[in-house]
Write a protein that binds this ligand. Structure first.
Ligand SMILES: NC(=O)c1ccc[n+]([C@@H]2O[C@H](COP(=O)([O-])OP(=O)(O)OC[C@H]3O[C@@H](n4cnc5c(N)ncnc54)[C@H](O)[C@@H]3O)[C@@H](O)[C@H]2O)c1
Length: 242
C-alpha cells in the first residue's frame, strides 16, 4: 500500500514520533528529520535524516531531493524549542535561537516543499505544529510565545500564497501534551493542579489527540480547510475559572 509521503521535522520524540507512527500505520512512507541520530522506529517505510533544521541550506536541499509521491504529500513542521526564563534574562541569542528553529526553519521548509510539489504537479499539504502559546501569552516564555504567534501568521501566509496551486497549509495548536518537553510538569503537584484548573475537560492531552488531528488535516476529508488553526487543548484557551 502506498498512501503517500510524509516529511516531518522533530520526528524522533514526543508529538513528532506519534505523528510518524500514525502515518506509518496508515501505509505512508515517512522521512523524518531530527537532531537525534536515530529515528523513532526501525520500520521499512521510515527513513531518517539527522539534521539540525537551522542548517537552512541543507534543509532546503533535502526537501528538493525527496522522492515525492504521486498520491499525497505532507510536510509536518514539528521540531520546536522553547526557553523558560524571565524576560529580563532573555538574551538576543536565545531569542534568535528559538525563532530560527520554530519560525525560520518552518518558513524555509514550507516554501521549499510547496515549490517542489507545485513544480512536479503533485498533491500536497503542510501542517505546522504551533501551540496554545500561539494564541495567548504565558509567563517566562516571551520568545516561545512570540515565535508560535509567528507560526500562525506564517501558516496563513503560505496558505494564501500557494492556495491557487491547491496546496493547503494548516496549523495545530496543542495544549499541554505529555512529552519530554513537558515531562517535568507531571512530577510537580503544583504544576499539575494548575493544568487541571486551567482547562474544563478533566482528561489530559494525549499524543494521539495531536497525531489523529494531523492525519485528518492531511486527508482528502480536510480538502476545503486551509489557513486554519486547529486548537487541541481540552479548553485551555477558551476561558479561565475565576
Ligand atoms: N508537548 C506539549 O505540550 C506541546 C504543546 C504545544 C506545542 N508543542 C509543540 O510540539 C512540537 C513538538 O514538541 P514535543 O513536546 O513533542 O517535544 P520533544 O522535545 O518531545 O520533541 C521535539 C523533537 O524536536 C527535535 N528538535 C528540536 N530542535 C531541533 C532542531 N534544531 N533540528 C532538528 N530537530 C530538532 C528534538 O530532537 C526532538 O526529537 C514543538 O514544536 C512544540 O513547541 C508541544
Amino acid at each position: 500500500m502506498d498512501s503517500g509521503k510524509v516529511v516531518i521535522t522533530g520526528s524522533s520524540s514526543g508529538i513528532g514520533k506519534a505523528i510518524v507512527k500514525k502515518f506509518l500505520d496508515d501505509g505512508y512512507n515517512v522521512e523524518g528529520i531530527d537532531l537525534a541520530k536515530d529515528g523513532p522506529f526501525l520500520h521499512r517505510n521510515y527513513k531518517h535524516h539527522q539534521l539540525d533544521v537551522t542548517e537552512f541550506y541543507q534543509l532546503e536541499s533535502l526537501l528538493t531531493n525527496i522522492k515525492y509521491s504521486s498520491e499525497n504529500n505532507v510536510l509536518v513542521n514539528c521540531a520546536g524549542t522553547r526557553e523558560i526564563c524571565p524576560i529580563d534574562e532573555l538574551t538576543l541569542s536565545l531569542w534568535e535561537k528559538v525563532f530560527s528553529v520554530n519560525v525560520t526553519a518552518s518558513f524555509l521548509s514550507g516554501k521549499s516543499f510547496c515549490q517542489n510539489i507545485i513544480k512536479r504537479k503533485l498533491n500536497g499539504s503542510v501542517i505546522n505544529i504551533a501551540s496554545v502559546s500561539g494564541v495567548m501569552g504565558e509567563p517566562n516564555r516571551t520568545a516561545y510565545v512570540s515565535s508560535k504567534h509567528a507560526v500562525l501568521g506564517l501558516t496563513k501566509q503560505l496558505a494564501l500564497e500557494y492556495g491557487s496551486y491547491n496546496v493547503r497549509v494548516n496549523a495545530i495548536a496543542p495544549g499541554i501534551i505529555r512529552t519530554p518537553l513537558t515531562e517535568s510538569y507531571y512530577h510537580d503537584e503544583c504544576q499539575l493542579e494548575k493544568i487541571y484548573r486551567g482547562q474544563f475537560l478533566s482528561s489530559l492531552g494525549m499524543l494521539e489527540d495531536v497525531a489523529h488531528a494531523a492525519f485528518f488535516l492531511a486527508s482528502k476529508d480536510a480538502g476545503f480547510i486551509t489557513g486554519a488553526t486547529l486548537v487541541i487543548d481540552g479548553s485551555w484557551t477558551i476561558g479561565k475559572d475565576l
